[in-house]
Ligand binder design. Structure first.
Ligand SMILES: Cc1cc2nc3c(=O)[nH]c(=O)nc-3n(C[C@H](O)[C@H](O)[C@H](O)COP(=O)(O)O)c2cc1C
Length: 197
């Protein structure tokens, strides 16, 4: 089958997100200018460069109180955010932090998550997450009034040593989750290696 998105799609549910899957989940913590802590998951997220390490996330649609989503506003205004790895063990808490709530709500508290202080930036980290990246916003790109892509340079990397095996991150221990299409998710349980030619 073939369709042109501008003309709609011929299936009962929009298949687009399932066409680009799995997508890693950037579980992003930020602070507002007034110091309100914020945490939300973004599957329009990825690493886009490794030296220096750069990640991006994309906020689409409106916050319930109007204008952009908090995470994008905070990362732009304060110039800082933290990526936390979303894992199988933290899936329910991750999901809870996606609730549409007032700007004044601290989603760590909403989801019962403990905070860990960051070393370089101000937003806290999700203590239970096995990998966190402290980021400085280097660029924001407004694709439309309600779609902003935020690029961040990773300035600090935290790795829980319990997920290391012989000095390598062992993702079968961390079990990151990823977003598929619809309401579907995937979890990293099967890993294979392949050498480049
Ligand atoms: C797994 C998952 C992935 C999500 N990915 C995105 C995304 O890439 N972009 C986006 O704008 N919203 C995404 N959302 C919805 C946001 O998390 C949600 O709108 C959240 O309330 C935004 O919070 P904020 O206003 O505090 O930034 C996702 C939700 C879930 C559960």
């Amino acid at each position: 089958m073939f369709y042109e998105p501008k003309a709609g799609h011929p299936l009962p549910h929009n298949p687009f997100k399932a066409c680009v899957a799995p997508r890693p989940i950037g579980w992003i913590s930020t602070l507002s200018r007034d110091g309100v802590v914020n945490l939300a998951p973004f599957s329009f997220f990825n690493a886009v460069h490794d030296d220096p390490p750069i990640v991006l996330f994309s906020a689409t649609g409106k916050h319930i109180e109007g204008s952009l989503k908090d995470t994008a506003i905070n990362a732009r205004e304060t110039g800082e955010f933290v990526y936390n790895m979303a894992t199988w063990d933290l899936r329910e808490q991750m999901n809870r932090t996606s609730a549409s709530v007032a700007r004044s709500v601290d989603e760590f508290e909403l989801a019962g998550l403990e905070k860990a202080p960051s070393k370089i930036v101000k937003p806290p980290r999700v203590a239970a997450s096995p990998v966190q990246l402290e980021c400085r916003t280097i660029h924001t790109l407004e694709l439309s009034p309600l779609n902003t892509v935020v690029f961040g340079e990773v300035v600090g990397v935290h790795i829980d040593e319990r997920i290391l095996t012989e000095g390598r991150i062992d993702l079968s221990k961390a079990m990151p989750i990823a977003r598929l299409g619809y309401m579907e998710y995937s979890v990293v349980r099967e890993i294979f290696e392949m050498n480049r030619p």
